[in-house]
Design a protein around this ligand. Structure first.
Ligand code: BDP
Length: 338
């Protein structure tokens, strides 16, 4: 599987030039001239399986673009990490080797510092609060800000809240002490884990199952849908609902590709991305409930954290360390609370 992914990644670099030169048979020019009515076939990299809500959102997006360009722009969705793990995919999107992707804002923040604020623990009270912020001027500004990192943010998707799970019973904050916990590849996440007394092991998502199975790590953290669809629950049966983060998903396009599109195509793509959010969010809400029910039916022990104050106090050093960098955004997040 790994080998296959590496091969896919190498291949995508090789064909990248070809896709941009030919626009896949559509005659998009390489001179930088923006041709109206050009035909393209693009790829969209997605880490989740085909029926996962983000993948379904990607597909809705692709479908809308296809319809609204009368079949001129075809976006093929590659699910299940076929084109590589998120960090490697982001690098390829920066090069224009992969045109589109949907990734978590956490690894993305390693490429665009401004987005790091979205990984800070307990900054959103609820999904409603998060969405109020994401759809505000500041939320949109952050998507546009990806341009400084060779990408163009198109839309946010839902990802619920993240909580811890482990191979052995965890029922309180104290139980995390000394555990080796896998985190997404981001510095803020590593600091958060340390602040909670555990030991942070960053690793790509696709490697977590076997690391849990073999005991290389004691636990990890994610939302119900990922915990369920990745089968992590089969080897780590104890879930502690502390909801430490709400990290949105981001749908984005390579700036190298974006800059070659006509204004009309840009408009269609941006609008299609925004229109796909509704589908993704509806499917998310449904799948979040379904996966929780399936986890319970499979015998997973779910412990609710009734008082998050000790958790918030424990991660305060993380907020103190990064907060000043994000003063303006944190103010906007606070405003969205009211
Ligand atoms: C999931 C996100 C996915 C991340 C994964 C992770 O949807 O994009 O890759 O978490 O933990 O919730 O790496």
């Amino acid at each position: 599987m790994r080998g296959k992914k590496l091969f896919a990644a190498a291949l995508s670099l090789l064909v990248a030039g070809a896709v941009l030169v030919t626009g896949c048979g559509g005659g998009a020019k390489t001179t930088g001239e923006k041709k109206e009515g050009a035909k393209y076939t693009f790829r969209l990299a997605e880490t989740h399986p085909p029926d996962y809500p983000t993948t379904m959102g990607d597909k809705k997006f692709a479908e809308l673009v296809y319809e609204r360009t009368n079949g001129r722009i075809k976006i093929e969705v590659f699910p299940s990490g076929q084109l590589g793990e998120e960090k490697a995919v982001i690098e390829q999107v920066q090069l224009g080797a992969i045109e589109f992707t949907r990734v978590s804002a956490s690894p993305l923040a390693e490429f665009n510092k401004q987005l790091g604020v979205l990984s800070l623990p307990y900054i959103f009270d609820s999904d409603e609060h998060m969405w109020k912020f994401l759809t505000s001027d500041m939320g949109n500004k952050m998507l546009d800000g990806l341009e400084t990192s060779k990408m163009k943010g198109l839309a946010y998707y839902s990802s619920g809240s993240r909580s811890f799970y482990a191979r052995k019973p965890i029922k309180s904050l104290d139980d995390l002490k000394g555990l080796k916990i896998r985190v997404q590849q981001s510095k803020i996440n590593m600091d958060m884990i340390s602040a909670l007394g555990a030991s942070a092991t960053p690793m790509p998502y696709g490697e977590v199952f076997s690391a849990l199975q073999t005991g290389v790590i004691d636990g990890a953290e994610n939302n119900y849908p990922s915990y369920y669809s990745s089968n992590h629950y089969q080897v780590a049966k104890y879930y502690l609902l502390d909801k430490h983060q709400r990290v949105p998903e981001v749908l984005l396009v390579s700036k190298a590709v974006w800059d070659k599109l006509s204004d009309e195509d840009k408009k269609i793509i941006k609008q299609a991305a925004l229109d796909s959010v509704k589908t993704q969010r509806e499917l998310w809400d449904k799948f979040e409930k379904e996966s929780e029910a399936k986890l319970r039916a499979a015998g997973v022990t779910i412990t609710e954290v009734t008082d998050v104050k000790p958790w918030q106090a424990a991660v305060k050093p993380v907020i103190d360390k990064y907060g000043p960098e994000y003063k303006e955004v944190l103010e906007a997040i606070d405003k969205a609370r009211k």
